[in-house]
Design a protein around this ligand. Structure first.
Ligand code: 5AD
Ligand code: SF4
Length: 469
């Protein structure tokens, strides 16, 4: 048993990170058994689940989408806000019943939640039916943990707070044949005062540029059309590894591979340089879409959040991006109800949202995370006020999303068609600017970039039809 320690997770060791190549010499194999993965949270987790799927398949498991057919269920968790926790605990309740009916079912929990000390302790003490718990730093150990569990039939909790080395060459079973997630870095050193990520994902560790470029070249050769470079703070790529090679240089090199669409998330305004904007503007295959979290429009709150920029600096960056990158769309994240946020602070957020007219904004009520600086702050604002503020903000961001979509009406745009949407039998895909488009059409269009004429606009999506001209 190895339990996490959040005190340890806060520390940033000087220890050099080395790059290890994955190889599995564990003798463990199953036949006629199925796995199911439930994934919560961000793209990083979605991509981790693609690695977990491949690890499970490497020991013989087959994927099922029917929960009652599963011999092993892996729940890949998110810790960013309390409601993410609640969803997972709700699901664990369901899994308990499944396990009562099928005692041979193996239940695994992984991802960001077990990295939190109090969660791993709670699982140890109150959720004894969760058989294997591992964290974000030791996904590669899954075959070994499975072997250990089947031998001893005792709950295993193996979670490390100090990040290990960067593991290259983990197997991956990608969810799409056209779009791929590529980690370019792990962890985050920004320590915004509300955020649990630097604790759950460890210190910033960039992957070697050669490993990233080789992975993308192989994907292009396999017919992939789009890659999304992933990191908590991609603009800081390379700072821990190189003296001058940075995101601008990486984007340039990725662009030259010739893959059709390149995206990247998430950007932090602090590390966003003019050079990066110029590179994004220069290459046609770097998509004109930037997710640029602002978090608040109040300088006093931004300071308390430890965001390292003022609203004025954010506006300068925003305008530079808009001026230099043709047709760019910009989305953002906003937190309301940070401790002691005043009416005036909130007004400042509304005012910047009105001014900047984001294409999309993901909005949240502040949620206290154990161990963060903001966890201990006294808070004079009640939940009802925070909910009211969120509703007011949402109304405003929805208006600007719809306004931004108006310019698409009647235009013909390129859409990468990804498949059928879950709720109707329409095809769905995204424009270069990350607008969701729904359209009628046959399966032969899937996996292609098509010209689509926009016939109707909504707040969250556009409707269109294939433009055959
Ligand atoms: N409470 C509310 N929202 C949060 N986010 C991160 N931490 C918290 C928190 N403690 C939001 C930020 C971030 C996004 C991924 O989640 O807006 O950009
Ligand atoms: Fe969290 Fe993003 Fe801040 Fe890192 S940069 S601490 S991931 S909000």
């Amino acid at each position: 048993m190895h339990l996490p320690n959040l005190q340890e997770a806060r520390s940033r060791t000087k220890k050099e990170v080395s790059i290890n190549r994955y190889s599995c010499n564990i003798e463990y194999y199953v036949t006629n058994k199925n796995y199911l993965i439930l994934t919560y949270g961000c793209q990083m987790n979605v991509h981790d689940s693609e690695n977990i799927k491949a690890l499970l398949e490497s020991v013989g498991y087959n994927e099922t989408t029917n929960i009652s057919d599963a011999d092993i269920i892996v729940i890949n968790t998110c810790a960013i806000r309390e409601n993410a926790h609640n969803k997972v605990f709700g699901m664990l309740g369901r899994l308990k019943k499944l396990k009562e009916n099928n005692p041979n079912l193996i239940i695994c929990m992984c991802g960001c939640m077990p990295q939190e000390e109090h969660i791993s302790l709670e699982i140890r003490d109150k959720y004894k039916y969760v058989d294997i718990v591992f964290g974000t730093h030791n996904i590669y150990q899954l075959p070994q943990l499975l072997k250990e569990y089947t031998t001893n039939q005792k709950q295993i909790i193996e979670v490390y707070s100090i990040e290990g080395n960067v593991i290259e060459g983990l197997p991956v079973k990608r969810d799409s044949q056209y779009k791929a997630w590529i980690n370019i870095m792990y962890g985050c050193d920004k320590f915004c005062t509300y955020c649990i990520v630097p604790f759950t994902r460890g210190k910033q560790r960039s992957r070697l540029k050669e490993d990233i470029l080789n992975e993308i070249t192989a994907l292009k050769n396999d017919g992939y059309i789009e890659v999304t470079l992933l990191g908590q703070n991609v603009n800081a790529y390379g700072k821990d590894l190189y003296s001058s090679y940075n995101l601008a240089a990486l984007l340039t090199d990725v662009s030259k591979i010739g893959i059709k669409r390149i995206r990247f998330v998430t950007s932090h305004p602090w590390d966003f340089t003019d050079e990066m904007i110029d590179v994004i503007a220069k290459y046609d295959n770097i998509m004109p879409y930037i997710h640029l979290p602002i978090q608040s429009g109040s300088n006093s709150i931004l300071k308390k959040m430890g965001r390292r920029y003022t609203k004025e600096e954010y506006i300068v960056l925003f305008n530079k991006i808009k001026q230099k990158i043709k047709n760019v769309s910009i989305s953002t994240d906003i937190i309301v109800g940070f401790p002691n946020e005043t009416d005036k602070d909130f007004e400042d957020t509304l005012s910047i949202v009105k001014q900047l007219q984001f294409d999309l904004a993901y909005t949240f009520i502040f949620s206290k995370r154990v161990s963060t600086v903001a966890y201990t702050l006294e808070d004079s604002v009640d939940l009802a006020t925070k909910k009211q503020r969120l509703a007011i903000l949402n109304k405003l961001v929805n208006e600007s999303a719809l306004n931004n979509n108006k310019k698409y009406l009647g235009k013909t745009v390129d859409v990468l068609i990804e498949g059928y949407s879950a709720k109707d039998n329409k095809l769905m895909g995204y424009t270069d600017t990350m607008k969701l488009v729904n359209l009628k059409g046959g399966a032969s269009l899937i996996g292609k970039i098509k010209k689509v004429k926009i016939t109707n606009i909504k707040t969250w999506s556009l409707d269109g039809e294939i433009d055959d001209r």
